[in-house]
Write a protein that binds this ligand. Structure first.
Ligand code: SF4
Length: 360
């Protein structure tokens, strides 16, 4: 048996693969790799459902002292500085709730004047008005920033936000390779600190997601190193509900001269992630950054979730990406991929197996 045949056998038997084996997978023909990833997905999810959630991303400020080279969103890059008022935030959530939405993602920059009191005040007011909405909000960098700005230990930051009403925190991992972080996001937390935030969230019983922004000059081995960090943290904590890879868009950033990652890069990363991250149940197709059509193909190569429908966000939009989608389009797209669309909540519990019937 060749090394490739034995690796294929290992994948189809649902066994864990090594970083060196993940490296080898990138040289496989795309359809062969995608097929193996889909078989692996079937071992975990024998039913062909694809979930999505009704949510809204509210980027409450773009004032940010990190000024990452890869970001087109922060004030000082392409956009003017802004800060949403509390009534503006509440009215956006009211619109979401009127449409049946269940999740809010509050995400801002690392604001030089925002303290723990700013964040707990915002969370408390939202939860007072909308107790049923799930606040899957902020990021490890924001939590570390609040801790430093307020001179309060990270564990207390998390405990205070949790008691104010924060439900879970998105992973926002960028690239977990310090060589890249030192180049493109010098003022943001390093890999070890990101891991420490995850451990702290886990101590408080909170859930998260793991993401990966690739295409910032990292090598293939460094992409695998990122996946290794995620798998190790998941083995230790079980904190990640999903993994979401997306490509970096250089437009309107300080890295504009860089060539964007290709569709083949994306599909291979989705497939390798599905196989390598054997301890994460949901792999999300990133339609917001990759476009609806590529995300639809990813559903045949290991992905089994489409993320949020009512997404209003400004970070990706700042790069000029204009992808938008409504509920009907999502349902058609999933059905056309031969899958069963299901409406889910933030915890990936199914709310509606026939979402097209209830919510048109
Ligand atoms: S990526 Fe986040 S931390 Fe970096 S500049 Fe943009 S808003 Fe600030």
């Amino acid at each position: 048996m060749t090394a490739k045949e034995s690796l294929k056998k290992k994948i189809l038997a649902g066994r864990r693969i090594s970083p060196a084996e993940a490296d080898a997978l990138f040289s496989w023909d795309l359809l062969e790799l995608g097929g193996a990833a889909d078989m692996r997905r079937r071992l975990i999810h024998p039913v062909n459902t694809v979930g999505f959630i009704l949510d809204r991303i509210i980027n409450f400020t773009n004032v940010c002292e990190a000024a990452c080279d890869f970001c087109a969103f922060h004030a000082g890059a392409a956009l003017k500085p802004y800060e949403l008022s509390m009534p503006e935030i509440l009215s956006k959530i009211e619109e979401l709730q009127a449409l049946g939405g269940t999740q809010v993602m509050l995400q801002g920059g690392l604001h030089p004047r925002h303290t723990l009191a700013t964040y707990t005040g915002m969370v408390r007011e939202i939860k007072k008005r909308f107790p049923a909405v799930c606040l899957h909000s902020f990021s490890p960098s924001e939590l570390a920033h609040i801790s430093a700005k307020s001179a309060v230990p990270l564990d207390r930051v998390i405990a205070d936000l949790q008691s104010a009403g924060l439900d879970s925190v998105p992973g926002a991992a960028d690239m977990l390779v310090d060589r890249i972080r030192a180049k493109v996001s010098r003022k943001k937390i390093r890999t070890d600190e990101w891991v420490e935030v995850m451990r702290a969230l886990h101590r408080h019983g909170m859930k998260s997601s793991a993401t990966m922004t690739y295409g910032m000059g990292e090598t293939q081995k460094e992409r695998i190193a990122h996946l290794e960090v995620v798998r190790r943290v998941q083995d230790e904590t079980g904190i990640f509900r999903a993994f979401i890879p997306w490509s970096f868009s250089p437009k309107r950033t300080k890295m504009e001269s860089m060539a964007p990652a290709t569709g083949i890069d994306y599909l291979k990363i989705v497939a390798v992630s599905r196989i390598f991250l054997d301890n994460i149940r949901y792999i999300q197709a990133g339609w917001l950054t990759e476009g609806l059509k590529l995300a639809q193909i990813a559903l045949a190569m290991g992905a089994n979730d489409m993320g949020g429908v009512l997404t209003e966000e400004k970070v990706v939009k700042a790069t000029g990406a204009g992808t938008k989608a409504g509920m009907a389009e999502f349902i058609d797209l999933i059905k056309n991929a031969g899958k069963i669309p299901v409406l889910r909540d933030s915890d990936y519990k199914i709310l509606d197996r026939r979402p097209g019937g209830r919510l048109k």
